[in-house]
Design a protein around this ligand. Sequence first.
Ligand SMILES: Cc1cc2nc3c(=O)[nH]c(=O)nc-3n(C[C@H](O)[C@H](O)[C@H](O)COP(=O)(O)OP(=O)(O)OC[C@H]3O[C@@H](n4cnc5c(N)ncnc54)[C@H](O)[C@@H]3O)c2cc1C
Length: 641
Amino acid sequence: MKTTLPPERNERAVVDDASVIDTSKMNEGQRAALELTEAARETGERRSFAGGLFMGDCDLRNVFPFPEQNPHDREQGEAFLERLEKFLHERVDADAIDRTGEIPDDVIAELGRMGAFGIKIPTQYGGLGLSQTNYSRAAMLLGSHDANLTALISAHQSIGVPQPLLMFGTDAQKQKFLPRVAKGEISAFALTEAGVGSDPAAMTTRAVPTDDGKYFTINGEKLWCTNGVKAGVIVVMAQTPPKVVNGREKKQVTAFIVDMDTPGIEVLHRCHFMGLKALYNGVVRFTDVVVPRENIIWGEGKGLRVALSTLNTGRLTLPAACVGASKRCLRIVRKWALERVQWGANIGRHAAIADKVARMAAQTFALESMTLLVASMVDKDKKADIRLEAAIAKLWGTEKAWQIVDETMQIRGGRGYETADSLKARGEEPVPVERFMRDCRINTIFEGSSEIMRLFIAREMLDPHLKVSGAALDSRKPMGQRLAAAAKAGLFYAQWYPKQWLPFGGSVPAGVPAPLARHLKWATRTSRKLARRLFHAMAKHGPKLEREQVLLGRFVDIGAELFAVIATCSRAAALARAGGDEKSREVVSLADYFCASARLRVDQLFAGLTANVDREGYRLAQSVLKSPMEPLVDGIIRGEQ
Ligand SMILES: Cc1cc2nc3c(=O)[nH]c(=O)nc-3n(C[C@H](O)[C@H](O)[C@H](O)COP(=O)(O)OP(=O)(O)OC[C@H]3O[C@@H](n4cnc5c(N)ncnc54)[C@H](O)[C@@H]3O)c2cc1C
């Protein structure tokens, strides 16, 4: 493919682009997006556990024994969680919230009083100072009852003002804003614009410094700002003047804390969606909004890094909420599958339904294991590199939760599709499967869509290889440099590659029940298989591998299944040890079933690496997009969409 850039630009890219990815063959839009996100990438040198899985390094000691919540931490969270559960159960009518599209003021006020807006904010700033694990348990509770409240609390706490300030705020910023938001002043996060969904390089909101440099004037419009309609203070991402590095302009995105009563801010529209009917989500316009320089989070030009780092931990809320929703679905299904009799037996006795119930149970257990494992990693070391683990939990968890809700609807049959209000009106139990389905759908889209999560994980999974061999493959570099880099890479791979062919499983920690030990040995072997197949794909496609999104997605999905299998075995082994014989048998069979089915999925994914119709599919899609074939457009109503 010919480069779209004039040669002198390409030469400069050799000099000033520190990224290990060769962007010279990309078009301007791709290059801008990639360079901006590459610059904002965290570049922790420590390899995470999940990162190791893609390199054939499955060190089980990192996740065994399962890091149970310590009793002190559990006790600290207990009082709050009990109060939250009682409140949700007795005072929050989730169907009424869905029906009216409003969360009653007294519900929000009580959540504020009990500290739900400051769960992780340290006590010195008026928060509850609880751990990530306790926060995840709160998200599970919320997710099992009302997704609108989950979104309110999560947008405020996981991506709104508290999380970025806790990570990057100055002492003065923390003193000023954290007590406000801990008490219940709602906050929000505004990144998205009409032209900026997954691509922040297209941002048009600008923040221009005043002549004395003490203030910035913000102009622009943000879309879909959750809580924006009710927030007192929000984090706004805006482009600040570009920096010139080696004669080339670099885009700068900066994060500002903005009080919503600042003159020039208007909420133009409250957005309404398929689900999350009571989301206070809006279009927010900024016209000459003046913000003091001291409201910048971390530093000028570091906004995207603030956003990405905030989301690394922030996106753990969604898998936790999905655990809650999945457990609720399982409860609904258990009751219905036992009580509904069709064709002479309760439907749970029919194999097609039993198959779904088993899958739902196993995936729910796996998702909770993964979520608690990653939460414990955050609690153990606030600086731990959990980017991959959190992204996998978000990607895998939201996709599996959607399947679980979908199967719940199928098992409930027509009653699944009927609204809770309608069921109630004709005298049946108001089981809210229809609401859960509407509310659940968004989870694979926001806080990093599944496609973007797969790209993000793929980028991190390739990172060790790009560091070793990126320079050798980089057509921007002079041939001498590339040859030297190739020699170095050769040395690395001469040692690394033969290890990926070791046939045995590796050691499994003592005391793991036999069926699970077998799965863990498989996981260790499969991690090496994954590493070598990834290496083969790199050798085959070279730098073009970056464009093979579907292929990369399969590698990502294999890594995600491996992580799920290991988290599941680790937690099941701990529970089996702690329980009596019967409990132990139960939990081992649950985990065993999950691992066996995950292994089948992994087999299919490996098969798809070579036997697929990716190329043909891509070509077909392009031709359909360009000019749809007649049989595909015939016989439907006229119109644009
Ligand atoms: C209910 C709701 C609440 C939200 N809350 C907030 C909020 O509080 N703050 C905020 O800033 N934003 C918020 N958003 C925005 C949300 O994060 C975005 O919707 C999301 O980032 C995706 O952007 P988009 O919808 O513009 O999709 P696009 O980026 O236009 O993508 C469309 C499709 O293309 C895929 N795609 C895009 N790029 C690529 C690529 N390079 N390769 C492969 N596939 C690609 C996407 O995955 C998606 O499937 C919210 C959105 C909704 C609907």
